[in-house]
Design a binder for this molecule. Structure first.
Ligand code: AMP
Length: 184
């Protein structure tokens, strides 16, 4: 199964992603985790990415697309994956489509985890990550609204989108996700 997981920061994607990959035996690819690892290792890409991450802006498309192209080409991606935090712009989504079309392995489903914006701010402010400062949170929510939310329309047009209500307990939300994924 090849899944894209879309949702605003603070929606609970990371928590649900771990449960999904454990149950369905998928490779979990979180671009946020990859960028944080690159930043901590002080690689050139990591240092460049940090300028954007620390202010809540998206890393440029060419940087992130390069990382994903390399990662999806590896053998362990052949048995299916959950992309968590990628794509985040229409340009990234188009590039992903192109890449997967070329290998004859299109996406099966796009899960959108939907949570109202008022709720997100509260959740993020209580989390304590370096980019969870109020100003940075605000910028990350703006980036989502302006650059990532258009993906909902994009994937609705290709009939891949399934919207999941992201309010409720972790287990209740995971139940909703399983109901969708068990169809595949
Ligand atoms: P996340 O952990 O998914 O919230 O990502 C943390 C930060 O990494 C984001 O605020 C962005 O600066 C950067 N980032 C992660 N994934 C992407 C992406 N697909 N495109 C651009 N920037 C990204």
């Amino acid at each position: 199964m090849r899944i894209v997981f879309v949702g605003p920061p603070g929606a609970g994607k990371g928590t649900q992603a771990e449960k999904i990959v454990a149950k369905y035996g998928l490779l979990h690819l979180s671009t946020g985790d990859m960028l944080r690892a690159a930043r901590d290792a002080k690689t050139p890409i990591g240092l460049k990415a940090e300028e954007f991450m620390s202010t809540g802006r998206l890393v440029p498309d060419d940087v992130i697309i390069g990382i994903i192209v390399e990662r999806l080409a590896q053998d362990d991606a052949k048995n299916g994956f959950l992309l968590d935090g990628f794509p985040r712009t229409i340009a990234q989504a188009e590039e992903l489509d192109k890449m997967l079309k070329a290998s004859g392995t299109p996406l099966d489903v796009v899960l959108e985890l939907r949570v109202p914006e008022e709720e997100l701010f509260q959740r993020l402010a209580g989390r304590g990550r370096a980019d969870d400062q109020p100003e940075v949170i605000r910028q990350r929510l703006v980036a989502y609204r302006e650059q990532t939310a258009p993906l909902v329309d994009y994937y609705t047009k290709s009939s891949l989108l399934k919207t999941i209500d992201g309010l409720g307990s972790v287990d209740a939300i995971f139940e909703r996700i399983q109901t969708e994924l068990d169809r595949y």
